[in-house]
Write a protein that binds this ligand. Structure first.
Ligand SMILES: [Zn+2]
Length: 286
């Protein structure tokens, strides 16, 4: 096997700024990303409605020259790429992980992801690959794979902001949403203890918004990237990403949205913090 691929996996809940952080890091001259690698866009609403899925550069993804080049390089490396579904399903949690062959299938999926990452780095001439999928499930298989030099970037946002955003978009129940927030971050931190600080870094979204230069510099140092002025580069960079709709808007700077402070009652905020448990205090959400 050739040299390990420098591979960054982002872990977060939805509505935590992962698309914004992906765009910022994707502006670094030595990092490449397609946004969410593992989530198949085939299941996205835009695809279901019959419209072509738009690349963040503005043209339909199937017409984007960047993705064309990626597909061609993947083919040279022996992987046929369906741009609407990269074919990477890594399910190593839940009951299915006990099925025979689950580990082997996960390893094969990571092999495929590694080839796609290799191809993207070849096409862009960059050296660090970032996946903004956010999902925890692939972590064990990614960490085990000898062909990856894995780093995990863990992004956390105030549970009250998360509750406000999920409720606005999905109308979901408050209790279950906060429990999901808590479970995600507890499991992420447990993975972080296994990986160690060399391979796991936590960033509070609020810190990124308040001190972007400093926090981005810390992230670049963690990823082994030379310093770069990402805030200056981001608006001038053409991105080719999949994922959240926010990727379709031009980069407009970083602003901390705190509308949850008005939309959630004092009682709802207190209940949310209680349900978030000790993690809320640990990350200074009070
Ligand atoms: Zn594009």
């Amino acid at each position: 096997m050739s040299a390990p691929v420098r591979y960054v996996h982002m872990v977060a809940t939805a509505y935590s700024g992962s698309t914004l952080l992906g765009m910022l890091l994707g502006s670094h001259p030595d990092l490449a990303t397609v946004g969410e690698l593992i989530t198949p866009v085939r299941y996205g609403r835009i695809v279901q409605s019959g419209e072509p899925y738009p690349c963040s550069c503005g043209v339909p993804m199937i017409e984007c020259a960047h993705f064309d080049a990626l597909r061609a390089r993947c083919r040279e490396l022996g992987v046929e790429l369906d741009l609407y579904d990269y074919g990477i399903k890594i399910q190593e949690r839940g009951p299915s992980r006990h099925l025979p062959g689950a580990k082997r299938r996960a390893a094969a999926a990571v092999d495929r992801g590694r080839t796609i990452a290799r191809a993207l780095l070849d096409v862009t001439g960059r050296s660090v690959f970032l996946d903004t999928t956010k999902d925890l499930a692939p972590l064990p298989a990614l960490a085990r794979h000898p062909g990856l030099d894995l780093k995990v970037l863990h992004l956390i946002r105030d549970p009250r902001a998360f509750l406000h955003s999920t409720r606005k978009r999905q109308g979901a129940g408050a209790g279950s949403q906060t429990r999901f927030w808590r479970r995600t971050h507890e499991q992420a931190l447990a993975a972080g203890r296994r990986l160690g600080p060399e391979r796991f870094h936590t960033l509070r979204f609020e810190d990124l918004c308040r001190e972007p230069e400093r926090r981005l510099a810390e992230v670049c140092a963690f990823l082994g990237l030379p310093p770069a002025d990402l805030l200056e580069l981001a608006p001038r960079t053409t991105h080719h990403m999949m994922g959240n709709r926010a990727r379709l808007a031009p980069f407009a700077g970083i602003a901390l949205d705190e509308t949850w402070k008005e939309s959630l009652s004092t009682r709802e905020q207190a209940r949310c913090l209680r349900a978030a448990g000790p993690l809320a205090t640990r990350f200074d959400y009070r």
